[in-house]
Ligand binder design. Structure first.
Ligand code: ATP
Ligand code: MG
Length: 439
């Protein structure tokens, strides 16, 4: 395994002081997969106080990250390294986090507490790879397998269920049969896990190359964390535009989307409103009027529960609300959208529409995707040319209107009116012309 000079230095320092120390977990896994190095975590027999002392003696900056859990962060040349004492987890209650942790002397015990065999390997240059549970073989066979008894491991900490799905989605690995069985048997325990922690894993899952397969195969798990999606699972859409049912369409839309967290999350929730508004006409064709605003309201509840950031909340719910508004590509007017929801959201909305289209009946979609790509280019051209599409772009401002005698609310209203005229090319963005219009 390659070790960065910094990681090697830390491991050597600990060894020279008579302790065992290894790179461990995700960095060993990623290195064996030939993936670029992210952060290197170190595990050691040294107790946190000793780690701190050794670091300080060597003038290495220390951050006391999680002393209680045995973690000290060393900062070398601006790079943080988490150094955690070998530990074994105490008793688990409520299917999450152990009550206490005990420090132990043997790396074996530390590796046994880790979630999956591929995450339970350690390495240093002296001893080479320490692989007690067949992690390397599982990596070669592209398998995610719980360390020890899968059922017990998920009962200890149900977040591991989401982690299994996440690793399956990002690494394109299958989940081993017993581990899979234990996932379905224990999935309801996810109800005991903090939504923020679940969401962290869900976001990573969604941008994985294998996200669609995981969302399909483990839809029941998704139904536990987002029960609002359950009606979509077998909601038929008898409509020439569609070849999948609602959930099938949703997961194909996720798959078609760029690997952007927000767009993928939008695709996962974009048609969540469909089952509740479904109607069937006399010819047997299904319709889903107003599913977008209805869906946006459902998504609000889901996202609030996940305690997502304001940025994610606003963007995802706005994109869902307006995704039907760009259904007819010939009616899309780029500048109108720019004026309505701004540059960033418009760009995203067009990408949402493309992802959505690509999950429709391929025989029905013709020039639409190409057309939206042209609109995206038009958007970039408008932005690059500095054309006006927001109030602050106008050649007049509130003060100009006050000078003309406008007061209160009407100032804002007039500015909006002018903006819409400018956007529609009915009025030039020129101070004299605008003032003449106002007079
Ligand atoms: P990433 O590349 O996303 O950082 P990672 O494997 O490093 O993946 P982390 O969440 O950073 O994942 O955790 C570091 C290591 O800690 C894991 O490789 C695993 O050995 C262990 N671990 C993390 N979470 C759990 C858990 N819930 N149960 C058991 N072991 C865990
Ligand atoms: Mg990590």
């Amino acid at each position: 395994m390659k070790l960065s000079a910094n990681a090697e230095k830390l491991i050597n320092l600990l060894s020279e002081n008579g302790y065992k120390a290894y790179a461990v977990g995700g960095c060993v896994r990623d290195d064996l997969l030939g993936m670029p190095e992210k952060d290197i975590d170190i595990t050691t027999s040294a107790k946190p106080e000793s780690v701190e002392e050794i670091l300080k003696q060597n003038k290495i900056k220390v951050i006391e990250t999680g002393l209680k859990h045995g973690t000290v962060t060393a900062v070398l040349y601006g790079e943080p390294y988490e150094i955690t004492t070998f530990r074994k987890d105490g008793e688990y209650k409520d299917n999450r986090r152990p009550e206490s942790v005990d420090f132990v002397d043997d790396v074996k015990e530390d590796l046994s507490r880790r979630d999956f065999t591929i995450n339970a390997m350690a390495y240093n240059h002296n001893e080479g790879l320490i692989d007690l549970f067949g992690g390397k073989t599982d990596l070669e066979h592209r398998i995610i397998r719980a360390v020890g008894n899968a059922d017990l491991r998920f009962k200890e900490d149900a977040l591991r269920i989401m982690r299994a799905l996440r690793f399956s989605a990002t690494l394109c690995f299958a989940i081993e049969e017993n581990t899979k069985k234990a996932i379905f048997e224990n999935m309801h325990l996810l109800e005991n896990i903090a939504y923020e922690r679940i969401f962290t894993e869900l976001k990573k899952l969604l941008v994985g190359d294998n996200a669609m397969q995981v969302l399909d195969e483990y839809r029941e798990v998704i139904g536990v964390i987002i029960p609002e999606l359950k009606p979509a699972f077998d909601c038929v859409q008898n409509n020439p535009w569609h070849i999948y049912n609602v959930y099938g369409h949703i997961i194909h839309a996720v798959d078609s989307a760029p690997t952007d967290e927000i767009i993928r999350l939008t695709m996962l929730l974009h048609d969540i409103g469909k089952p509740s508004v479904k109607t069937t006409d006399e010819k047997g064709i299904d319709h889903f009027k107003f599913h977008a605003p209805v869906g946006a309201d459902i998504a609000k509840k889901v996202l609030k529960r996940f305690k997502v950031s304001n940025e994610i909340y606003d963007k995802v719910t706005t994109l869902i609300r307006y995704h039907q508004g760009v259904e007819n590509v010939d009616d899309i007017r780029v500048k109108r959208w720019l004026a309505k929801i701004g540059e960033d959201y418009t760009r995203a909305l067009f990408k949402v529409r493309i992802s959505d289209l690509l999950a429709h009946n391929p025989e029905k979609i013709g020039y639409e995707v190409e057309k939206i790509n042209e609109l995206l280019q038009e958007l970039e051209a408008i932005v690059a040319a500095g054309e006006a599409f927001k109030i602050s772009d106008l050649a007049v401002n509130g003060n100009d209107l006050i000078a003309l005698g406008y007061t209160g609310k009407t100032i804002g209203e007039k500015l909006k009116e002018i903006l819409m005229l400018v956007v529609d090319n009915k009025l030039a963005n020129d101070k004299d012309k605008i003032i003449a219009y106002l007079k």
